[in-house]
Design a binder for this molecule. Sequence first.
Ligand SMILES: [Zn+2]
Length: 294
Amino acid sequence: MTLPKHGRRAAAPTPARFRPRRTSETRARRARTDVPRPDATRTVLAAAPVATTLPTSKRRSVRPAFSVIAMAFVGALMLATSVPALAITATDSEPRASVYAPVEDTISLEPQHLEVASEAEVPAHLAGSYAVEAAPPPIFSEVANVGSVTIVESDLVVWPVLNPENRSSGFGPRSAPCAGCSTNHDGVDFNPGNGSPVMSIADGVVVLATENGGGLGVNVEVQHNIGGELITSSYAHMQYGSLQVTVGQRVSAGQQLGLVGSTGQSTGPHLHLEMFGVDGVRFDGFAWLGERIG
Ligand SMILES: [Zn+2]
């Protein structure tokens, strides 16, 4: 049976003997903490070094005031950093804090977006001018030992020699100037003087540069894109060792190719200039250049 044990333990004299002492100690502690005695308050405040020299009455009034100022300062900081500038100039007369700008101010910003949209029309204008200045498609030409080359259009043409007015033989039918010379002259003979520079009539690509041109002697051929048309110029009878260009090289109008000489089938120093299109048919280079140079 367990009942007798419980009964005996509940009636044990040991807990009853200590109960009055515990009650009196607890009552004494409560009396020290619950009753606001001046000595106890002074002891607690003395632990704080700031308030040691102030009387008790001032200490109680300064601390809440300081807290209110600090809270106001923090509140002002939060307001200044979080509220948009427009909210300060709000027309709302009521003294209430709001992080939202008035609707009227938001609407007044709309014209700025419209100004940006008007400036966006400038690139469209520039794009139009780019379209006008767009380069025409280049001509693709197959050059021996070089491969396919692109020739961009350039309509600037110049005379191939310094003194184009000095000529000995024009284009077309003629009486042969020498035995073996053609009676139908397929070029123009310029006589600027021996050793004068021979220049490319326009921008282009060198497609032939040889010192063994047969009757043409030291010969250079340059292809041009003039008005979208493939034009070839051929310079003959130049001096040995005077070539300044090689096959595949890009040259510009007026660039020196070699020097006037008398190599090949020639009776004297002169430049024999031939010009032809894609059909290979020769035409009057002097007349053609004269029309474009003026
Ligand atoms: Zn000739």
